[in-house]
Ligand binder design. Structure first.
Ligand code: BGC
Length: 521
């Protein structure tokens, strides 16, 4: 199932081309794709902690919240409809990303982006004007459909447009824009919650229309990628476009390789069954385990429910929203650290350092909440120093995630899959991510009610498991060209047993063929 393509250099083959303004423009569009995703992640927690919003749509939660602090605080937000408001989006995104992969392949990346933008605008408007709970949920589902289309097409578009030398940085750039989207949403929630009359939540939810319009308009003015044009038989137009994108006349080498790669990937008839072959066992394992573990760090508990969580541990609405802004800023800043360090310190170092940092913080937060709230969830008066300690450790936890599992959870899968399974394996990674995002969003508030402070220990347990997994099973991929990735499995103490000689299939073998240096996703 060919779904796109990009080019990598192998040291011997370097395609001519510069970072043209044209390519920069595509980066901005990609950033918008990340922004709408991030905006949604960040907006729901703030909105669901606004009393006026709760009173209107979730009166039973509102009543529980108004009861005094002598009742069980762990359970004040436990409402399946409330969590459905947050989580429905991810289920919809999962479904639509499967549909989007066909649209993206058959009709081009632009059309998927356009669909994404339009669906997203519709969802934002329905949410902004919502009068009933069902309107909120329908709006979230439309936003989810939009995200499915955008997240499928924008990263592909970016990979195909980017000169190979800049692809790595652009990859984490996408994650950076997700974190910026989250932060913008949190800042807006903070200010909109102060609007007298209590209708600020309409602006928060409806505000998503702004990034949505940008990506809609962007998709109308952008050209389709040369890869996609070749895939649809428009060879001459593709060559002209490639010259313009790269800013040089001599693009024949890259063009020939794109055509060869397109033929190659179209000849693969059954990418899904292919993926089940023994030699792809390490790839399949990583495609499933990396997104699974990324979500089991518990990060989205903070991203979705930080204000609700801070409220639960005794902050006022205003202080809760402000604390969410603080964690959101730490998220952005720490992602920059990752962009700086990922190719210097390596993936394994960041994974293991980030894991240790998250583990310590989860233990401290569990201890703090356990000490004050006990098992019955009745804290009494909470001193200021207590709030500061909790927020500080949550920030250190977020930083640990943002320079490890956050960006690497997307980067590592995208760089380890060989050509012939790349598209199928990538779909698995995206789907597993969305399923577990959905599950965590859906059950967190119920889990908090039942597991109490122990919930943080559950996530801490998974952080230990995932760190051991990385230590034992994940080879370092820093500085290795994609087409030579086979060597990391062949020299690995465990995975080498799945690699039969000459059977690896992508890189080295292909690297020696006439398509050397060309890969398709
Ligand atoms: C994850 C999201 C998460 C975000 C936080 C992403 O890599 O996939 O689930 O909300 O990082 O910054």
């Amino acid at each position: 199932m060919p779904a796109g393509g990009f080019v990598v250099g192998d040291g011997q083959k370097a395609y001519p081309g510069k970072l043209t303004p044209f390519v920069l423009f595509t980066c901005v569009v990609a950033a918008m794709g990340g922004l709408i995703f991030g905006y949604d992640i960040g907006i729901s927690g703030g909105v669901t902690s606004m009393p006026s919003f709760l009173r209107r749509f979730f009166p039973s939660v509102y009543r529980k919240q108004q009861e005094d602090a002598t009742t069980n605080q762990y359970c004040q937000y436990d409402s399946p409809t409330l969590t459905l408001f947050t989580s429905s989006l991810y289920l919809a995104a999962l479904v639509s990303s499967l549909v989007a992969s066909t649209v993206t392949r058959k009709f081009g990346r632009r059309l998927s982006m356009l669909f994404g933008g339009i669906l997203f605008c519709a969802g934002a408007l329905i949410n902004g004007f919502a009068k009933h709970v069902w309107m909120l949920i329908v709006g979230r589902i439309l936003l989810g459909f939009g995200i499915g289309f955008a997240n499928q097409s924008v990263p592909l578009y970016l990979s195909e447009m980017a000169p190979y030398k800049y692809r790595g940085a652009l990859n984490i750039g996408f994650q950076l824009s997700i974190t910026i989207g989250i932060l913008v949403a949190e800042v807006l929630n903070y200010f909109f919650a102060k609007i007298k009359g209590g209708w600020g939540w309409r602006l928060s939810l409806g505000g998503a229309v702004v990034p949505a319009l940008i990506i809609t308009l962007g998709s109308l003015v952008l050209p389709d990628t040369p890869n996609s044009m070749i895939e649809r038989g428009q060879h001459e137009e593709a060559k002209t476009k490639l010259r313009r994108i790269r800013g040089v006349d001599d693009v024949s080498q890259e063009f020939d390789d794109l055509v060869a790669a397109s033929k190659e990937s179209q000849s693969i008839e059954h990418p899904w069954t292919n993926l089940l072959r023994r030699k792809y066992r390490p790839h399949l394992t990583m495609a499933i385990m990396i997104p699974f573990f990324q979500q089991l760090t518990g990060i989205n508990v903070i991203m979705f429910y930080a204000p609700v969580l801070f409220n639960t541990i005794g902050f006022t609405t205003d202080a809760s929203l402000m604390s969410a802004v603080v964690t959101g800023s730490v998220n952005v800043a720490a992602t920059l650290v990752s962009i700086y360090g990922v190719d210097k310190w390596g993936r394994r170092f960041l994974f293991l350092e980030g894991g240790t940092q998250m583990l310590i913080c989860q233990a401290v937060v569990a201890a703090c909440i356990g000490a004050k709230f006990g098992v019955d969830g009745t804290p009494g008066e909470l001193p200021k120093w207590y709030a500061i300690v909790v927020v500080t450790f949550i920030c250190i936890y977020v930083a640990g995630f943002a320079w490890s599992w956050g960006p690497l959870g997307w980067l590592v899968p995208s760089e380890i899959f060989p050509l012939e399974i790349r598209s199928a394996a990538q779909s698995i990674t995206v789907s597993v991510n969305m399923i577990f995002t959905f599950i965590i969003a859906q059950i967190f508030l119920t889990m908090l009610c039942h597991l109490k402070f122990g919930l943080f220990l559950v996530f801490a347990f998974f952080v230990v498991v995932m760190s051991i997994f990385v230590y034992i099973f994940l080879p370092e991929t820093k500085g290795i060209p994609i087409e030579e990735m086979g060597q990391v499995w062949r020299s690995h103490w465990y995975w080498s047993r799945f690699m039969e000689d000459g059977e690896y299939g992508n890189g080295l073998e292909m690297g020696k063929s006439s398509n050397q240096g060309t890969k398709r996703v």
